[in-house]
Design a protein around this ligand. Structure first.
Ligand code: ZN
Length: 277
């Protein structure tokens, strides 16, 4: 788990990257890629609320899921902390959010890494984009889950989604990180924009993941986010809404679902078949 306890010295970059340390040979990298999932989250809880059920499914299917939390959402998504601690500090809130998010990731079976960038606004400049490129090239994911790129109700989310696309585009080019082979364009799936503003944010899912079997566990993970006590209600409501839509297409008894929009088109010798039983 990539979490630096308060008072400990900063790790070196190599140590910070250790859970997914660079393999030494290209073949090892290729082997890793098929099982690696990278989730890029603008704030401390976004990955869990929007894709927690899918992460649980993927972990149970044998994937290794790693979360990059770009910020802790101290300024914009920690209202519970500031309400209870009007004289609190950025640092104290940040540490609390990391503890919450680390517990949530653990509940989902994922590893997590906090980049400690600032939020509201989250600005991703060239240097930060290059860091994301580097992490994509190190982790070499088969699947990436991240934010939808159109989210005027929360530009931090949109900035994250757009930066991830830019990073994947760059990582697919030879020379992006000299000495490192390029990585193919991973399967990028965008998760929900700011809930409940899907229509306003022009998000119409084309993939639904049935998370019914893991909804309870997902809620246990969401419950770790004490600074955002409203999340449980929001995302139960939305998981039911997406399940309602998923049932229309399948007639299956899906109680809870997460919706995604695919970025990289499916390519194969056949066509993907919707699961019906
Ligand atoms: Zn957020």
């Amino acid at each position: 788990m990539l979490f630096r306890a308060k008072g400990q010295p900063d790790e070196t970059e190599e140590a910070r990257l250790s859970p997914m340390a660079e393999p030494t040979k290209h073949e090892e990298r290729k082997g890793m890629a098929a099982n690696n999932v990278l989730v890029v989250s603008a704030h401390a809880a976004d990955y869990c609320t929007r894709s927690g059920g899918t992460i649980l499914n993927l972990v149970q299917q044998g994937f290794s899921v790693h979360v990059l939390a770009l910020t802790c959402g101290v300024r914009g998504e920690s209202g519970g902390y500031w309400k209870d601690n009007p004289e609190g500090s950025y640092e104290a809130c940040s540490e609390l959010r990391k503890r919450e998010s680390t517990e949530a990731a653990k509940t989902l079976g994922a590893t997590i890494e906090f980049l400690d960038w600032d939020d509201y606004p989250l600005v991703i400049d060239v240097e930060r984009t290059r860091y994301l490129i580097k992490r994509v090239l190190q982790i070499r994911p088969e699947i990436i889950l991240t934010h939808w790129t159109v989210d005027p109700t929360n530009p931090d989310h949109a900035n994250t989604g757009n930066a991830v696309v830019m990073a994947c585009n760059s990582a697919s080019q030879l020379g992006a990180l000299p000495g490192t082979p390029a990585h193919y364009y991973p399967n990028i799936y965008f998760f929900e924009p700011t809930v409940p503003m899907s229509e306003f944010n022009k998000f119409d899912p084309d993939f639904y993941v049935d998370i019914s079997a893991n909804q309870e566990k997902k809620m246990q993970a969401i419950a770790k986010f004490g600074c955002q006590p409203q999340l449980g209600d929001f995302y139960v409501h939305f998981a039911k809404h997406r399940a309602f839509q998923a049932r229309i297409w399948t007639k299956l008894n899906i109680e809870y679902a997460e919706g995604f929009k695919r970025f990289v088109p499916y390519v194969g010798k056949g066509l993907p078949i919707t699961v019906r039983s």
